[in-house]
Design a protein around this ligand. Structure first.
Ligand SMILES: [Zn+2]
Length: 176
């Protein structure tokens, strides 16, 4: 086969595999949101970690913009609010620990059911965390309705964000 054609087929295949996965149980194609949902759902098993701490009652998955890897997270809440960590932030920290990457392409978060209607919104602390973590995270797609695959960008959830001036001043930071 012509090398150019072979390369273009290979690159199309890898683009496809970035978007679709085959479900091992059904053999059906899964889009990226379904894959992220299934991976996060596996984290949903609310439990007491100790008499003070509960975990795994809210779950999340994020897709790394750098590698396309998916990282899951679960929320963990103690008897002092300051210790609480949301599922989204745990997933973000796992990504950073594994890759040193700070840029997220997609996020899904939910309890026992996928986001519906206008669901799946991260809390204010998580919005702020991802805005501070990487300039490009403002374009992160957040799934708000699983059925229709409706998404909202992080910047739409946190308008007039306070930190743009610091990003603009920081060296080595692209500012669009
Ligand atoms: Zn949060």
């Amino acid at each position: 086969m012509d090398e150019y054609i072979k390369q273009s087929i290979d690159s199309r295949k890898s683009a496809m595999s970035a978007t679709y996965e085959i479900d091992e149980k059904t053999g059906e194609k899964m889009d990226i949101w379904e894959k992220m949902y299934e991976m996060a759902k596996a984290e949903y098993h609310p439990e007491k970690v100790s008499p003070f701490i509960i975990a795994h009652h809210v779950v999340a998955a994020i897709e790394s913009a750098k590698t396309g890897e998916i990282y899951t997270g679960f929320c963990i809440e103690g008897a002092s609010g300051v210790m609480d960590l949301c599922a989204e932030r745990v997933a973000g920290l796992k990504m950073y620990a594994a890759e040193g990457n700070t840029e997220v392409r997609r996020l899904i978060a939910f309890r026992d059911k996928p986001p519906m209607g206008n669901g799946g919104s991260p809390c204010g602390a998580c919005r702020e965390f991802f805005m501070q973590l990487d300039y490009k995270n403002r374009d992160m797609e957040i799934l708000t309705d699983f059925k229709t695959r409706k998404t909202v960008k992080l910047k739409e959830m946190i308008p007039n964000w306070w930190g743009d001036k610091r990003y603009a001043e920081a060296k080595n930071t692209e500012v669009a």
